[in-house]
Write a protein that binds this ligand. Sequence first.
Ligand SMILES: [Zn+2]
Length: 683
Amino acid sequence: MKLMRTTLLLSLLALPGFSNPLLQYTVPLPWDQIKSEHVVPAVQHHLKQAEARRLAFLAQTDSPTWANSIVARDLIAEDLQRTFSLITHLNGVNSSPALRKEFNVAQPLVNRFLSALALDPAIYARVKAYAATPEAIALTGPHQRYLVVTLDDYRRSGVSLSPADRAKVLELRQELSKLQTQYAQNSLDSLNAVELLVADEADLAGLPLPAKQAAAASAKSRGISGYRFTLQAPSYTPVMAYSENAALREKLYRAQTSIASRPPYDNRPLVTRTLELRRQLAKLLGYANFADYQTELRMAKTGQKVKDFLGDLEAKTRPFFEAEKATLLKSAPDRHGWDTAFYTQKLRQEKFQFGSEELRPYFELDRTLTGMFALVKQLYGIRVTELKNVPVWHPLVRAYRIDDESGTALATFYADFFPRESKRSGAWMNQLLVGEKGAPHIGLIVLNATPPNAAGKALLLHREVSTLYHEFGHLLHLALSAGPLRRLNGTSVAWDFVELPSQLMENFTWEKDVLKTFAVHDETGEPLPDALFKKMTDARNFGAGSSQMGQLSRGTLDILLHTDYQPNADYGTPDAYGRQLVQRFSAAKIEPEECPVCNFSHIFAGGYAAGYYSYKWAEVLDADAFTKFKSSGVISREIGDQFRRDVLSQGNSQPAETLFQNFMGRKPDPGALLRRNGLVKKN
Ligand SMILES: [Zn+2]
């Protein structure tokens, strides 16, 4: 008996993938069991299954219905996509040479299948046939909307092109996806290749104590004495703002602004090639340029409209920027890039007796989280609780669940707060499983915030608190979406609308009624003093012209690369073009080795190509929408319920313009952003 059982067990283990946790989608997600060697076999398994489903879909002889044409179509690659989203996520937060190798094998396979599926004329024929049935014509609400969205996707995919052109589209998409992966890997490797060691504490004058302690700990963890600095934000940013040592600032600045701009990590040829392929793709699909293709279904509609929007903001911001620049030049006549943050901080300190480090003790991470969860309970009635004993991908990652007032589970989510070398820089939210008809969603938020100090406490800057609120705002967009159709739920909205829920949340971090619920001094227990709150808000718009110009420079570079830019002598190479363009928006001289296009992952390794303007676009929306909360006392359940009903619960079930109008009762007010940032002339 015993022997038999062993034999059975052994034969089960010998089955391919018996122990492969990526073959089945199980909740809670088995993060602790996923190994790099599971990746390729799992992807192959899901590809096979998807192909079988595709053939079964095409073999149908029944007349087309919603279930057998739309639902069945979406099911073809669902398991493949879900599984691959877990793999992609792990490759972004726990990268290793082995995982990267497997990912680089799997990704082109997945991409090829999905691109071909989107271009499959036989599948499209059935969807089109369904769209012409009386059942389809009678659809209403989200179902009707989804059919429109689906047909739009087909039209834009190139499915109606000749077989030769379809093959070309497929080839272009395949190569673009490879370039994107390579770009991200170069950026990460190049960033990690930089470390700056300082032996003598005397060279760290001006640097705040927590930054010094973190640098000492970083050196110690490598078995070196002294202080170690890297290009990760929590290490880099305090040096740029506070270090009196200009040579130290210069070294880090030069390294940061030239990330991935020369061998062995050189993104320049990748950028040139990417832009070329995007131009070809747009042309093949019948668009004047890639920006027109990208923006067609967004609020902006065309590349020209984006250019006009950014140009108008630039013109209105410029007088404030020039005035700030003149003040800055008095302090730093040489105006090098590594002086800007330092002298801006100095000027802010002089004017308001306030520095961003002063707030750190009031923003301990755990208390900040408790405060944020209490806020959303008051706004939306939802409860966030931490889940213990749930597998995570790193010991410092936490898991939570969100329940509605009635106790119904809405979502679970993971939060990964601190930088690691195996993790991409920046902050983001991702959807791992989008539910429908009330089934719970699964999502995650990722930051690269100040890690815990020797006492085990993570003391955040206000900027980091704001980023936390931002990503949690995206998460709420998923958690509270309640539509009947998975593919219209969550954050799959128009790209220039998606930052509304996230940026709206940032507004609350500037409200005294919100801060007083959690901002108490970590050592003394003293609540955030009124005087400090006043200084913080007084200083809020200091340098607003320059920081807005910084964002406009990225938005403008992005849109011009995808509209006007041509690879000829007039424009020069993309990196030279980028340098020359960015100068117009910068108070400092752009150095010859800076490469603004080499470390611009949003547009070359993420989904923001011809979409970086979305941040500013949605800032107009969030500044405007927040006035409604403000006029009802900020923490208002009544307005919260309305925002949830009109925006957060809706996903993409109606056009973005309609959702906004439903909430505000009118169109967006373009002046709201400039007013909030203090960028309007005072009478
Ligand atoms: Zn965002």
